[in-house]
Design a binder for this molecule. Structure first.
Ligand code: SAM
Length: 239
C-alpha cells in the first residue's frame, strides 16, 4: 500500500472513531440527564432500593396482591436485587413482622448479586438451564413456590426484533420452571418486550394458567416496549 493511501486510511479511522466517541458521549449525557430527572430514581435512592425497577413490582403487587406473608418466591434475573428487596418485605422472609408467617425469597441471575437479609441468591446461574431449576428447587421449602417473578432481560444486540424474540424464548423456559416448582393456583409475572412473538408466549401461558393479562406499570418508561404478563391460577399438569 502506498504511504499516502495508508495515511489516508489512518486519518479516516481516527475520524470515524472520534465521531463514534462523540455519539457515545452524547448518549451517555442523555442517559445521565434522564436519570437525574426521573422521580423513580430519586425515590429509589431515598427508600434504599437497589434500582428504580422496585417501583414496577410495588405497583403491580399493590394492585394484584401477588405476594403474601409466608409465600415462597423465585426471582429470575434478580440482579442488582430491587425486586428481591420488595419480595422480602412483602412475604416477610426476613421475619420483620414476628406475628406474620415467614416466607422465602430465592433470586437467580447470570451476574453477581450482593447479599440481602431474607433472600437466598444463586448468582452466576442461567435461568434457562434446567440444572438451575434443580438448584432453585432445593432452596425452596418442600421444593415449591407460590410465585415466580421474572424481570430478566438479555443484553441488547441492537436488533430490536431479535432481542424481543430472545426474551420470549427465555420466558418460555419459565413454563418448564413452573412445571417443576410452582404450586397449583400459583402465579407467574414475567417481563417481555412487545413484538410479533409476544402473542405466542401469551397463548402458551393461557394453556397453563387460568388467567393471563398484560400489565404496564406507570414506573415502566412510556417509550419502552416493556410489558409484563401476569399469569395466575396455575393449572399443574397431572402426570
Ligand atoms: C432488568 S435486570 C433485573 C432487575 C431486577 N429485577 C431488580 O429489580 O434488581 C435484568 C437481569 O436479567 C439478568 N439475566 C438475563 N438473562 C438471564 C438468564 N438467562 N439467567 C439469569 N439471569 C439473566 C441480567 O443479568 C440482569 O441482571
Amino acid at each position: 500500500m502506498s504511504t499516502i493511501k495508508s495515511l489516508f486510511l489512518h486519518y479516516r479511522t481516527l475520524h470515524t472513531s472520534a465521531r463514534v466517541l462523540k455519539k457515545l458521549k452524547a448518549a451517555e449525557q442523555q442517559w445521565l440527564q434522564r436519570q437525574r430527572k426521573d422521580p423513580y430514581v430519586k425515590a429509589s435512592h431515598n427508600l434504599n432500593f437497589r434500582c428504580r425497577s422496585a417501583f414496577k413490582l410495588l405497583e403491580i403487587d399493590d394492585k394484584f396482591r401477588l405476594l403474601q406473608p409466608g409465600h415462597a418466591v423465585v426471582d429470575c434475573g434478580a440482579a442488582p436485587g430491587a425486586w428481591s428487596q420488595v419480595a422480602v418485605q412483602r412475604v416477610n422472609s426476613a421475619g420483620t413482622d414476628p406475628s406474620a408467617p415467614r416466607g422465602t425469597v430465592v433470586g437467580v441471575d447470570l451476574l453477581h448479586i450482593s447479599s440481602l437479609d431474607g433472600a437466598h441468591f444463586l448468582p452466576h446461574h442461567d435461568v434457562t438451564d434446567p440444572s438451575t431449576h434443580s438448584k432453585l428447587q432445593q432452596l425452596l421449602p418442600y421444593g415449591r413456590a407460590h410465585v415466580i417473578l421474572s424481570d430478566m432481560a438479555p443484553n441488547a444486540s441492537g436488533f430490536k426484533e431479535l432481542d424481543c424474540e430472545k426474551l420470549i424464548s427465555m420466558c418460555l423456559t419459565l413454563i418448564d420452571l413452573a412445571e417443576r416448582v410452582l404450586l397449583p393456583g400459583g402465579s407467574l409475572l414475567c417481563k417481555y418486550w412487545d413484538g410479533p412473538f409476544s402473542h405466542s408466549l401469551q397463548q402458551k401461558l393461557s394453556c397453563k394458567f387460568g388467567s393471563v393479562r398484560t400489565v404496564k406499570p406507570n414506573a415502566s418508561r412510556k417509550d419502552s416496549s416493556e410489558r409484563y404478563f401476569l399469569a395466575r391460577m396455575y393449572r399443574k399438569p397431572i402426570k
